[in-house]
Design a protein around this ligand. Structure first.
Ligand code: AMP
Length: 113
């Protein structure tokens, strides 16, 4: 999608601190981190949210979580981390290309704000 900032990062047309890449996804540092570790894991395939994901995308969604879990180990945040998917403007979604936030390195409250 030409207007999508995450598609531009995938196409290397916009800068990002990419820390992981494979055939179906990439991970990079969030530009406005909300925790000492704040990474985004995104599929190469563009879809806005989990609601737009198709049945065929289910293995891809699972893969994103597995990649995030591996990154949590690499970044040594396994004592407690959050994987967050904001869905819709009301939940704070601002980029409409599916992404998994991986946050760690600090304590978290429940319920989330
Ligand atoms: P959300 O609000 O859940 O849609 O999350 C979007 C996230 O993308 C926010 O945490 C932003 O800080 C982050 N973000 C937006 N643009 C960029 C960018 N160019 N590089 C890295 N992170 C970005």
């Amino acid at each position: 999608m030409a207007s999508c900032i995450f598609c531009k990062i995938l196409a290397k047309q916009a800068p990002a601190k990419i820390i992981y890449e494979d055939e179906s996804c990439i991970a990079f540092q969030d530009i406005n981190p909300q925790a000492p570790v704040h990474l985004l894991v995104i599929p190469r395939k563009h879809f806005a949210s989990v609601e737009e994901a198709e049945m065929d995308d289910l293995p891809l969604l699972g893969h994103l979580y597995r990649v995030a879990a591996k990154l949590a180990q690499e970044y040594k945040i396994t004592d407690g981390y959050r994987m967050v998917v904001n869905t819709g403007v009301g939940a704070g979604q601002s980029v409409f290309h599916f992404h998994l936030h991986l946050l760690g390195g600090r304590s978290f409250r429940w319920p989330p704000g």
